[in-house]
Design a protein around this ligand. Structure first.
Ligand code: TXA
Ligand code: MG
Length: 341
């Protein structure tokens, strides 16, 4: 096994050299770390699926450092899309466009006639794209099914020895992935809620649809990634709604196994937690909770003894939609139920 190199920002040129050599380098964004490869090099892109253990029908986001690069590959960009780019790029809005014929290999698109484009808000990664001169594919740099990485350490944990390098720019700011908006259809549709909210998008282009329901194994979902298990630690996660915490902690205190509590600081201080309970603070408010969620799930995942994780819910509006979408998937939709006796 060849140890993965961790690059400091001063070493971006070395990271770019690896990209140009067809190697994999994980890169920081404002949302989560991505697993980068030259989007125009099919052999390099194939390595991304192998390193992550990702199903090959799940297409990749193409990361760019200019709108011109999108224009080079997309067959059509509407006025509404240009308005969104102006408002949110660089930033956490990914947009899907129809491609010109043979713009990218099938390995990038998963055989679709579209591709998802994203202009991340991270200067180091924009430099990496500019120095390498290549658009970069970039799924989240985690092992498929695990929570997305919000630090270089998380990437190293999952992918050491499987990728050439990691460009380290500290913890990510937003912590949940970008919003995926399909602009290739007549009506724009949100396929994955993310850091840019539906409300923010509607302020720019008017009312839009959301379509991020669960899809069965044999169905073809709009965003292929949605049919796979996601953000799932080894322990069973239960969502605990606001009024149910007292009962949930009472239950946890009676168990003989270890329980993790993932909640806001204030909530953790409100209860007497028994010796079998470990808490991880999500901070205060939905913004901090979103930034800390994946790190918390990962911390509990590294503690082999934890059998159950109790996780806080937030109202599903604004950024809360993205937070709830992720935590719901990690829980497989399971809520802590208060027993009636
Ligand atoms: O914040 C983010 O978006 C991060 C950072 C690294 O940029 N990237 C990320 O990529 O989350 P990934 O591959 O983990 O998630 C991309 C999602 C998947 O659900 C995928 O199925 C969907 O976008 N997707 C990609 N291309 C698509 C396309 N052409 N049509 C429909 N869905 C697409
Ligand atoms: Mg992902």
């Amino acid at each position: 096994m060849v140890e993965t190199k961790v690059f400091k920002l001063a070493q971006i040129k070395d990271a770019a050299t690896l990209i140009n050599a067809g190697e994999l380098v994980a890169f920081p964004t404002e949302t989560v770390y991505g697993l980068g490869a030259d989007a125009t090099n099919e052999q390099a892109v194939k390595k991304v699926y192998a390193a992550k253990g990702r199903p090959s029908d799940n297409p990749l986001i193409v990361h760019v450092a200019s709108i011109e690069t999108v224009e080079k590959y997309a067959a059509f960009i509407s006025d509404a899309a240009y308005r969104l780019m102006k408002q949110f790029w660089p930033g956490s809005l990914t947009m899907i466009f129809k491609l010109k014929p043979n713009a990218f290999s099938k390995t990038v698109t998963g055989g679709l006639e579209t591709a998802a484009f994203r202009f991340p808000d991270n200067q180091a990664t924009l430099n990496l794209i500019n120095i390498s001169g290549k658009p970069l594919v970039g799924p989240s740099a985690n092992t498929s099914g695990k929570p997305s990485p919000t630090t270089a350490n998380h990437v190293y944990h999952d992918l050491n020895g499987k990728i050439a390098g990691i460009l380290d720019d500290g913890p990510t700011r937003v912590g949940v992935e970008s919003t995926v908006l399909d602009m290739s259809t007549d009506e724009p549709v949100i396929l994955r809620p993310g850091a840019v909210t539906k409300e923010q998008i509607e302020n720019v282009i008017g009312l839009i649809e959301t379509n991020h329901h669960k899809v069965g194994k044999d169905e073809t979902p709009k965003a292929p990634g949605m049919k796979y298990k996601h953000y799932a630690p080894k322990a069973q996660v239960y969502l605990v709604d606001q009024g149910d915490w007292e009962a949930a902690i009472k239950w946890a205190n009676k168990q003989s196994f270890a329980v993790g509590v993932l909640a806001e600081t204030q909530l953790i201080h409100e209860f007497n937690l028994g010796a079998n309970i470990t808490s991880y603070s999500l901070g205060t408010g939905v913004q901090e909770a979103s930034a800390n969620l994946f790190a918390g799930l990962r911390q509990f995942d590294d503690m082999e003894t934890i059998k159950v994780i109790l996780a806080q819910t937030f109202a599903a509006n604004g950024l809360g939609t993205a937070y709830m979408n992720r935590v719901n998937k990690s829980a497989g939709g399971e809520h802590f139920e208060v027993e009636q006796d």
